[in-house]
Design a binder for this molecule. Structure first.
Ligand code: SF4
Length: 449
């Protein structure tokens, strides 16, 4: 039985694509192995978002030259590096057999058999130009409690710091029938929660069916308990989406809306075509409609030309919005982007680090303060896994992480949990049935006496 070793780099979209690759290979008799040296097929699903990651990847590919000389193994490179470099990869690493782009994943089995049969190199990376796309269903061997489902790929926004439109192509939406079919299958297999996935998820447009309408359709799927989505763009976040938060019971009360900066000039240079004022107004409107909603964001510090005052505007935005949590990054120049072409990366590294540390300290204080207000409340938690300390870990509807004692057999179930202690990034809690079982434990010895 042939084996494959699949290594995935980068974002959730790549994780999803890798799962699809596995789904395509298993019916051909391939089994997955952790041991790269013994594999008959080595696949790298790559990421180019950071320049450094690309260099690391090229050095890993280089090391496989020796293995290829020793044994017959097919080496296939997919994902964003493949998309960006195409045949150039063969010049850099002539031992590569297949270079395939993000629109060619479904053709992987044919590409592998062609290489095996004709002992040739193949590069296939052209974007297909259809504004819609179709995917085979992703139904893993064991359906996860919480699953990702791709609804749109690519991006039309061309933010100046981002390589995605160049490596993933323009936006293409998947049909509601396919999306719903995949979710129904996942739910039948035990999935409780789905996260609708896309680089720009709320730009979804399948033949004039837009994102709110898709959300309403997904909300009707029997047996599905929770719906999330990532990542939306502020420009496409509208009143109809707010009404979905009000009217759709399964849509979780959490919005991750990347703002990137709290200064309008910086936003303009980033080619983010909204203002801080528009953004705050949208959040306020959502909170008026759904007071319990939690809100998170992404921030880049040290974008080219960011002055101290402009950075302070971002700090001010964190306090104004009062985010539940923030993912924050230092700006890192990415060749091939407009920012790399048009601006000098002029904020010194040490200053970027200083700004990041200040921002993270402030956000930790805000997050802790917000979390403390929930201490003592009861929340329904979907249990996802056992964490390293042996406690169970799950998330509330509002995406807060909770750790509590419990039996690992409960993974995949919902439990009511009291939030006992707030931390900046999570809670320690007690499951309600845990409280009941401890009462029973103490009562029994007493009755014997
Ligand atoms: S909207 Fe997101 S994916 Fe698209 S270019 Fe901007 S940052 Fe990149």
């Amino acid at each position: 039985m042939p084996s494959f070793h699949l290594k995935t780099y980068g974002c959730q979209m790549n994780v999803y694509d890798s799962a699809r690759m596995e789904n395509l290979l298993k019916p051909l008799g391939y089994h997955s192995t952790d041991d790269m040296d013994s594999a008959d097929l080595i696949l790298f699903n790559t990421c180019t978002v950071r320049e450094k990651a690309k260099h690391k990847l090229m050095s890993e590919i280089g090391k496989l030259k020796e293995l290829k000389q020793k044994k017959e193994v097919v080496l296939a490179i997919g994902g964003c590096v493949a998309q960006e470099e195409a045949e150039k990869l063969f010049r850099k690493a002539p031992h590569i057999d297949i270079v395939f782009g993000v629109d060619q994943i479904d053709q992987l089995p044919q590409l592998i058999s062609q290489v095996r049969e004709h002992k040739t190199q193949i590069s296939l990376t052209a974007f297909d130009t259809d504004p819609t796309f179709s995917l085979s269903y992703l139904i893993p061997d064991r359906c996860p409690t919480s699953a990702y489902v791709t609804i749109i790929k690519g991006c039309d926004k061309f933010c100046s710091f981002c390589i995605v439109p160049m490596t993933r192509g323009l936006e293409k939406s998947r049909s509601p029938q396919e999306i719903i079919g995949e979710i129904q299958k996942l739910v039948q297999g035990g999935t409780q929660e789905v996260t609708l996935l896309g680089q720009n998820v709320n730009s979804y447009d399948y033949k004039k069916i837009y994102f709110p309408e898709l959300l309403r359709k997904v909300d009707q799927i029997p047996g599905l308990r929770r719906i999330r989505f990532t990542s939306p763009h502020p420009q496409d976040f509208n009143d109809e989406m707010i009404s979905c938060y009000v009217g759709l019971p399964r849509l979780c009360k959490h919005l991750h809306l990347p703002v990137q900066s709290g200064n309008n000039d910086v936003l303009h240079r980033m080619r983010r075509w909204y203002t801080v004022e528009d953004y705050v107004q949208k959040i306020n409107k959502l909170r008026e409609a759904v007071p319990a909603v939690s809100v998170s964001t992404d921030i880049i510090v040290g974008f080219p030309g960011e002055t101290l005052l402009q950075f302070e505007n971002t700090l001010h935005l964190l306090e104004t919005v009062n985010y539940d949590f923030v993912y924050s990054f230092k700006y890192s120049e990415r060749s091939g982007t407009r920012a790399a072409r048009d601006f000098e990366d002029d904020v010194p590294e040490a200053e970027k680090e200083r700004r990041l540390a200040i921002l993270q300290r402030l956000q930790d204080r805000i997050s802790l303060h917000k979390n403390k207000m929930l201490e003592g409340t009861l929340e329904e938690v979907l249990i996802e896994k056992q964490s390293l300390d042996g406690k169970l870990q799950g998330r509330t509807d509002s995406f807060k992480i909770v750790h509590f004692e419990g039996n690992p057999s409960c993974i995949g179930q919902f439990k009511m949990v009291r939030l006992d202690k707030a931390l900046p990034h999570s809670f320690l809690g007690t499951a309600l049935d845990q409280q009941r079982s401890s009462k029973v434990y103490f009562q029994q010895p007493a009755s014997k006496i």
